[in-house]
Design a protein around this ligand. Structure first.
Ligand SMILES: [Zn+2]
Length: 366
């Protein structure tokens, strides 16, 4: 197949060229290639690599709620948004070994996705003999796991001892620990304080999870990384301070990676004051416009290395009539819209270049 006449964009530059695909693999990229088989006319169009979304939660069952999509519909939606690979998470339920958690997830996905996929584990506890299990995961092609520093009392939470022991081991095992960074005591304390003051409506969702909670947990992770020598990846950063802490640590040799999501770049906390606030309940929450502008600045300077959608699609009907930030399962869809949003709000107003777009959405996550 030949994609002819387009503007080919990569992480390092762009040029007018044809793209020749042979047996599912890109064989050649240069102008004036001879056609063999199907020809797609891309004259006047951009030709980008497929988006690799490193962070989706399709068909997530939290134990109290279940997302509105399944792997068929979710992967179709991803494909419509230019995504050719997504990385989803396998929750480790109480009592489950790593391999069981992985298999339960694969049983749900296999044969149902329209595009390529890979799995991160969500590690919540370390069963006896877990060190061997970690090595087996790597052999099975699973080389990363997320831990949650918050949601204590749910299937997701991992305490610091679990997190630290994992990182003591992960570098040697060839494994990457990802972190949902929010200090649990701070978000729980702040939420309780608001509730005590009678402020439990969705208007207060943002206040309940203050930026300092994110920065503190990132600082802790950077310290663990420094102490253990293991790399660490922080998912869905919503504020500039933790990004700056990561930049500082990287300059002194810590292998830390910062991810943000399109919603923190195109939406702000004023949404929580609007009648349709339920659409925007995700964690961490949306922040103010100053914080948003500073995130764009960090993105343009290369201080954020990865963009994930954190797609977690609950329907509005699941949230209808709930005006209490503690009662809503958080999450916002996005796997279909990441590329469009980053192009419209990033490339078009010249906040980032087209090559930045490809680097952040395709090359780095890959
Ligand atoms: Zn997530």
């Amino acid at each position: 197949m030949l994609i002819r006449g387009g503007r080919v964009v990569t992480a390092t530059g762009e040029r007018d060229a044809d793209v020749l695909v042979r047996e599912g693999t890109i064989a050649e990229v240069r102008p004036g290639l001879a056609a063999s088989g199907d020809v797609i006319d891309a004259t006047g169009l951009l030709v980008l690599p497929g988006v690799v979304d490193p962070h989706t939660h399709l068909l997530l069952d939290t134990g109290t709620a279940r997302t509105a999509d399944a792997f068929e519909s979710g992967s179709l939606s991803a494909a419509a948004g230019g995504v050719t690979t997504f990385l989803d998470f396998a929750p480790q339920l109480p009592g489950q070994r790593f391999a069981q958690a992985l298999q339960s997830r694969l049983d749900l996905i296999e044969g149902r996705s329209y595009i390529d996929y890979a799995i991160h584990l969500n590690i919540a506890h370390l069963p006896e003999g877990w060190e061997r299990d970690l090595a087996a995961l790597v052999e099975a092609g699973v080389t990363s796991a997320k831990i949650y520093t918050t949601y204590r009392g749910t299937i997701f939470y991992a305490d610091d001892w679990t997190w630290y022991r994992l990182m003591e081991r992960s570098r040697e095992a060839g494994f990457l620990i990802q972190v949902h960074a929010e200090n649990d005591a701070i978000v729980e304390g702040m939420a309780q304080q608001l509730v005590d003051e009678g402020k439990r409506s969705l208007k207060f969702h943002g206040l309940a999870r203050p930026p300092v909670a994110e920065a503190e947990a990132v600082g802790r992770g950077l310290l663990f990384s420094r102490a253990t020598g293991s790399p660490v990846y922080f998912v869905h950063l919503s504020t500039p301070l933790p990004v700056d802490l990561i930049s500082e640590a990287r300059r002194s040799g810590v292998q830390a990676i910062a991810e943000t999501c399109p919603h923190y770049l195109v939406l702000d906390e004023s949404r929580y004051g609007q009648p349709d606030a339920a659409r925007y309940v995700m964690t961490p929450p949306l922040r103010d416009l100053t914080s948003q502008a500073q995130l764009w600045d960090r993105l343009a300077r290369g201080a954020i290395q990865s963009i994930g959608s954190d797609h977690c699609g609950f329907s509005l009907s699941q949230r209808a009539g709930i005006d209490d930030f503690r009662e809503i399962s958080p999450g916002i869809p996005g796997v279909e819209t990441s590329l469009l949003l980053m192009h419209s709000f990033g490339v078009v107003p010249q906040r980032i270049s087209r090559s930045d777009l490809v680097r952040l959405l395709c090359t780095n996550p890959a």
